[in-house]
Design a binder for this molecule. Structure first.
Ligand SMILES: [Zn+2]
Length: 505
């Protein structure tokens, strides 16, 4: 049975107990919960119809989710005079009701204390959100360092394959899968996506939240036990009991342990074990450092995407993985001219032609085989959104914010619709075929007469004779000089795009 303490106020006995436990635990398990972020659809102003400029207030401010619950499972080391508490109390700290300024110091001390091993499962993301939550509530800067830290995935890989050291396979198991395998405990996953900002939390939510932190300690225990057993196996003929372990550990400890500053505040009786452990923590542990760039919300949710794939702990708290997060660089409220401009990656040049057919400015790369930097440079300079099928390019969002979008559809017509819907483009029938599909250029404003068209086409483009006696309009691209006319092809194309864009609906 877990011992759960709800901490909801700074002047409560539970808060005092938490502060004591944070100082008295050599090992803590950490987890955090937040309300899932729903994808926000931007309501763009009708830029074609003109009118008012888009009010900035309509645009959502991009920010990290607010952490509403912090779970801390403590493996306490109790002295007789200490508060009466079990050896592994789990604290559920309600960040919606506890004043964060009261929590900031004890939390930061624990995060940075060399004598507290912090355990977590992919805790960096939690720390980013936690830090931002505290920063936003008067505790600026938030948290930027957790050390020493051990990721449960690293521990798991050590248990599976002790010789591998810090290097382990990239595909990671979910916390539930690790718990099942190491502890034969089944963790419920149902509530991961529940609303963690609702109060009171349901009993199920409380148990779920506590378990996520508590079992980190249990997995660590197995790790710790394995270290001792391994050490025991190395030094065979030894008497059982406490001395046995001490002897074993003496042999296991590497000479450099003298320089080890971990656990200096620990009780004497456990020093040997701690030394052995700290060696292993140093060998397998790590630290989490948040850089300034980690503290800025990005459009790319690649990291989260990666986490939720591969059967990792499915922190479905972010549902907007590769969705467009706007506003685009042409948005009038951001100094743009309101007319959408795209750059289509080489893989989707067909989409560029389709976009031009519906009158949208869609460029292609200058170079035939551009590298990511060249693509991004062009998008940035020309204030275009780079459309690509290459998810790898999303990782450059930090260079050009709101300027990369991964097209999900694979067929041209679907891609066109996807882009129209995602960027809320207004397509009218007059816009169809209003742009050079060959080079993305504009047409000269005034349609040409037949004579002008013939003159313009000389030595360059053949105009079928049969067109001359028909009263057709010609247009010429201002850039590549290509001539277009209102023939059968034109009418077919218009019909096609009226259908594709559902302009008649
Ligand atoms: Zn052209």
């Amino acid at each position: 049975m877990m011992e759960i303490h709800m901490v909801a106020a700074a002047d409560s006995p539970e808060f005092a107990l938490l502060c004591w436990a944070l100082r008295s635990s050599p090992v803590v398990g950490l987890d955090a919960e937040w309300k899932p972020n729903r994808t926000i659809r931007l309501r763009h102003q009708d830029t074609v119809g003109g009118g008012d400029s888009a009010p900035a207030a309509d645009l959502p401010a991009r920010s990290f989710p607010t952490v509403s619950l912090l779970q801390i499972a403590c493996r306490v080391r109790r002295r007789p005079s200490d508060p009466v508490v079990g050896d592994s109390p789990v604290f559920l700290v309600d960040l919606l009701s506890v004043p964060l300024v009261a929590l900031w110091d004890p939390l930061r001390d624990m995060f940075e204390s060399s004598s507290v091993i912090k355990l977590g499962f992919k805790f960096k993301q939690d720390l980013v959100y936690l830090s931002s939550t505290f920063s936003a509530n008067g505790c600026d800067p938030g948290f930027d360092r957790v050390e020493p830290f051990m990721d449960i995935t690293s521990i798991y890989h050590h248990l599976k394959n002790p010789t591998m050291g810090k290097k382990h396979p990239k595909d990671t198991k979910s916390l539930a899968a690790i718990c099942k395998e190491v502890l034969n405990v089944s963790l419920s996953k149902e509530l991961q996506c529940s609303d963690w900002s609702c109060r009171p939390l349901s009993e199920q939510q409380i148990l779920y939240a506590a378990a996520d932190a508590y079992y980190l300690l249990e997995i660590f225990d197995v790790f710790q036990q394995k270290i001792i057993t391994k050490a025991a196996a190395k030094s065979q003929p030894s008497p059982p009991g406490q001395n046995f372990i001490a002897t074993v550990i003496e042999k296991e400890i590497i000479p450099e342990s003298g320089s080890n500053k971990l656990f200096t505040e620990c009780c004497e009786s456990s020093d040997m074990l701690d030394d052995c452990l700290s060696n292993n923590v140093r060998r397998h542990g790590e630290k989490i450092m948040l850089k300034e760039s980690d503290k800025i919300p990005r459009t790319s949710r690649r990291k989260e995407k990666k986490q939720s794939s591969g059967n990792a702990k499915n922190k479905e708290k972010l549902t907007c993985d590769e969705d467009w997060q706007g506003p685009p660089p042409w948005d009038v409220s951001f100094g743009g001219d309101g007319s959408p401009k795209f750059l289509c990656d080489v893989m989707i040049e067909g989409l560029a032609k389709h976009l031009r057919c519906v009158g949208i400015d869609a460029a292609i790369p200058f170079l035939r085989k551009p590298d990511p930097r060249q693509l991004l440079n062009q998008a940035y300079k020309e204030k275009r959104v780079l459309l690509t099928r290459d998810a790898k390019l999303l990782r450059y969002q930090y260079l050009v914010r709101n300027q990369v979008y991964k097209v999900k559809s694979s067929l041209k017509n679907d891609q066109l619709l996807e882009v129209i819907e995602t960027f809320q483009l207004k397509i009218s029938e007059e816009q169809l075929m209003s742009r050079c599909t060959k080079c993305n250029g504009n047409f000269i404003q005034k349609p040409l007469t037949i004579e002008e068209a013939i003159a313009a086409s000389r030595g360059f483009q053949v105009i079928p004779d049969c067109l001359f006696d028909r009263n057709l309009e010609f247009w010429q691209c201002t850039d590549c000089k290509q001539l277009y006319w209102e023939g059968t092809q034109y009418h077919n194309a218009v019909q096609k795009f009226v259908a594709v864009c559902k302009l008649n609906d």
